[in-house]
Design a protein around this ligand. Sequence first.
Ligand code: ADP
Length: 725
Amino acid sequence: MSLRTKALVIIGVALLCMAGLTYVTSRFTFMRGLEEIEERNTSKHVEQALGALSYLISDLEVDTADWAAWDDTYAFIEDGNDEYIQSNLVDETFITLRLNLMLFVHSSGRIVFGKAFDLENEEETPIPQDLLAHLSANSLLLSRAATHDFTSGIISLKRGPVLIASQPILTSEDEGPARGTLIFARYLDSGTINELAQLTLFPITVHSTSEEAYPDFKEALASLLDDRPIFVKPLDTEYIGGYALIKDIYGKPGFVLRVEVPRDAYQLGQVTTSYYILSVLGVGVLVGAIAMFLIQKQVLSRFTRLIQGINHIAASGDTSTRVTLGGRDELSLVAGTINGMLAALEESGERYRALLNLGAEVGEAIIILQDTEQGDGIHTFVSDKWSRITGYFERELLGMPFFDLIHPQHREASLERHQRRMRGEIISGLFEIVIIRKNGTEVPIELTSARSIYLGKLANVIFVRDITERKQAQEELQVLYEQERDLRQRLEEEIQKRVEFTRALVHELKTPITPVLAATELLLEEIKDERSLRLVQSIDRSASNLNRRIDELMDLIRGETGMLPLNLVSVEVVSLLRDIGYEVMPVALRDGYSLTVDLPSSNPVVSADRDRLRQVVTNLLDNALKFTPAGGDITLRAREEGDNLIVEVQDTGPGISKADQERLFDPYYRRVEDRERLSGLGLGLALAKKLVELHGGQIWVKSKKGQGSTFGFSLPLETASRKEE
Ligand code: ADP
């Protein structure tokens, strides 16, 4: 409901209340007062009517007394002379006295004369028979205690109420004894009633209590019998009835008299009240109209202006606009407050914008999508970065559906994601799609979004990252990866081929050498001739050497292909090295070398393949003997260092250059100076390295040209590996 309608309703309701209040006030004060006056007035008129009735009865009583205390009547009751009848009891007497009945009753109870007369038609009528019931010997009308006792009042006959008076018949001097009773009666018929009405000025009705009467009479009777002297009740809007109970001569409630009084005061009151209410309403309407006019001019129109201003700002979304409203009332205060809020909003909007554009600095474009009448996912905010990515101007993007920019292949999924986001569903983080720029080129983007409120409406805030470069890098990486995979595959094939070849070669070499070794062994036992023996010994050495090289080659291949099994046991290194020292000692001494074995006093234990460990140490000692000129010093040394056991073989040989040191452990590598030598393929150190590494250790060489070499390797001590466990 608009404020205008509300104001109208309030004024209308106030008017109705005012009218209602006026009505109620007039009804319960003014009209009630009038009704009381009316009631009192009516009661007075009833009293008047009763007075008039009493007057009629006393009139009848006086007439009866006049006639009863008269010598002529005194004589007539005894003799019944006709003269009296002819001169007195004629029709004119009835008309003059307005009598309906005359009864001359002798004290013996005999009716001397009786005549009934119809005053209206002026003719004699029969005496009503039911009257005789009131004339028995001891009846009130005929019997008396004292000579002058008389009775007057009303009795009820079939034909209606009758005014009646009975007087003792006495002499003109009013002396007795009473010779009888004179009864005059007058019907309370329309004529009499009219007479009464003329006396009281208002219509009168009399009903016998035994008679079937109107409902108002019944109600009045009930109330009057309850000992109320007068009962008053409006008959209609024009008349009010006043009622009184009339007792008959026997003192019994015989009749109800009603006076109908016109309700002049009441009607005047009604009219006055109506005019009063109407005038109050008129004034109310006038005041209401003026109030409405003033409210419209001073409040509503200004209010409407304020709302229009706010609506305009809301529609344009331009928070820099302000509402204008003159004056110094509360509304202008509201306008001031709204302007303050707009300023704050503008400031926060600026801050918001700055923040969003800051996003561009870190490479994120920010856009806000909202669902409007123009469609779902309309750009309602775009950061500069988004313009740069899409190639559209900001003004072109605003109002454009985001999904128009998306590659058809991704459009449906994107729209569905947007709708789910707007519904507040939880969706997984990053989403990659391709958009089409203004110039038609495709741009891969990565986006993440969040549901928020923008300009008071639900919004999908999207952070976009241009991932063109990343995609390119990924593609390049993919190409490189594929190239590398091809190369690796080729390399593996190459290695496999080499392994196959070497395995075949080893097999080919091993096959002929085995019978040569067996044969030379036999020959060494058989041949006694010194010269032949030396030749066979030479063949045996060469064949053994060759066999060892073939084994080395075989082990290296196994090591490289991961097929060299180690039989790991706990090896007490000191005793192993001491044994090797004893084995090598004779050879070294024979060729003029000095061999020093320097071992720790503790008993370090390593987890190792005993034979392979022996092979590594022997190989290093062999090399030292092989490359150190005769007479040189060879040292086999071992020590514990931290969690490792270190074994070293030091010689005083030619030393090894830095360049050679770096490649010495590569298979088939030999120092330039040694390449002419026939023995050795350059596999010994490579195999030693492989074996040491398989044991979890490292191998190295320390040397300087011309200053001898020290080959060393480390093995984790068993206590250390236990500790680790
Ligand atoms: P081989 O001894 O069968 O040639 P190795 O792998 O055992 O193969 O040795 C490779 C090369 O390292 C040798 O040819 C030699 O040139 C060099 N070399 C090895 N030990 C020593 C050493 N103690 N002093 C000098 N040079 C050495």
